[in-house]
Write a protein that binds this ligand. Structure first.
Ligand SMILES: [Zn+2]
Length: 287
């Protein structure tokens, strides 16, 4: 086991190494260059509270995990790509919370191009869409998510309310009447999606049916950061398994092992380490 000092020293060394690389390549080692040091780690550098139920955790230069307690913790991510474009993976659960993130982002980065990627049709994957679309932000999502939202949107609302149980929660009233909006830029789920911003790529991958038929992951290869969304579990049991494919789910998770991820962001929960892949397999194995 490395001591805390050793870990800190290792971290410092990798930061120094990155600086040397930037200098050697002749590029300006300007900390303000968007995405200049594309290093993320599981060490949270800063926590930014936007509301009682909404916060961001900064895990590297221009890389944030958005936490929305709606009422359980739902994660999405916000990453500043090398050309300055902001990519939102998943969304907070409601348009209101998403608007707060957009307002913060404008304050922090100024006016920037932004794109969003829905990770499924459930409310915790696309609940923020109305706010994004109203703000003129292109929202990417799979063809399957659009079909499922149309066919199962209302049963999904019912399942969400049932899982919450507490009818006094403010989120009960919000989910009971909120409008679900599909993504407005579609991709065939089997093909996935690759978007390039300057020199930096983001990949959307469908490893097969998991916690729901249409969940996808968002991978940032330059940062080795994997947003696993709801197919990656961080708690002590799988949550909503109403539509889960318990046989194919572990098969899909094993495919994620191909990514040399340093940070793995689950759909729910605080943990961010790559051990979550094995943790998910262990939980599914016990079912
Ligand atoms: Zn979820």
């Amino acid at each position: 086991m490395a001591t805390k000092n050793e870990i800190q020293l290792g971290l410092l060394m990798s930061v120094l190494a990155a600086c040397v690389l930037i200098d050697a390549s002749g590029r300006a080692a300007d900390a303000q260059t968007p995405g200049a040091a594309r290093i993320v780690s599981t060490n949270v550098q800063q926590r930014i509270d936007l509301a009682a139920d909404l916060y961001l955790r900064k895990i590297g230069a221009g890389a944030y995990v958005i936490g929305h307690l709606a009422p359980w913790l739902c994660n999405s991510v916000l990453v500043e790509m090398s050309d300055g474009t902001l990519v939102m993976g998943g969304t907070p659960c409601t348009p209101e919370a998403t608007k707060l993130v957009l307002a913060w982002s404008e304050q922090e980065f100024g006016k920037r191009k932004m794109v969003a990627i829905n990770t499924g049709y459930h409310v915790d994957n696309l609940g923020g869409n109305p706010a994004l679309i109203e703000a003129g932000i292109p929202v990417y999502g799979s063809d399957m998510s659009v079909t499922l939202l149309k066919e199962r949107g209302e049963p999904m609302r019912g399942t969400t309310l049932k899982l919450m149980g507490d009818t006094n929660s403010p989120f009960h009233a919000i989910y009971a009447k909120m409008t679900f909006r599909p993504p407005d830029r579609l991709f065939p789920i089997q093909d996935g999606l690759t978007l390039t911003f300057g020199g930096e790529v983001v990949r959307v991958i469908y490893p097969g049916p998991t916690q729901a038929p249409d969940k996808v992951v968002v991978y940032f290869p330059d940062r080795k950061m994997l947003f696993g969304s709801c197919m990656i579990l961080a708690g002590d049991r799988p949550g909503n398994t109403a539509e889960a494919d318990m046989k194919q789910w572990p098969v899909a998770i094993r495919k994620l092992g191909q990514f040399p991820a340093k940070v793995v962001v689950p759909g729910h929960g605080e943990r961010l380490d790559p051990g979550l892949i094995q943790h998910t397999l262990n939980l599914l194995d016990r079912q």
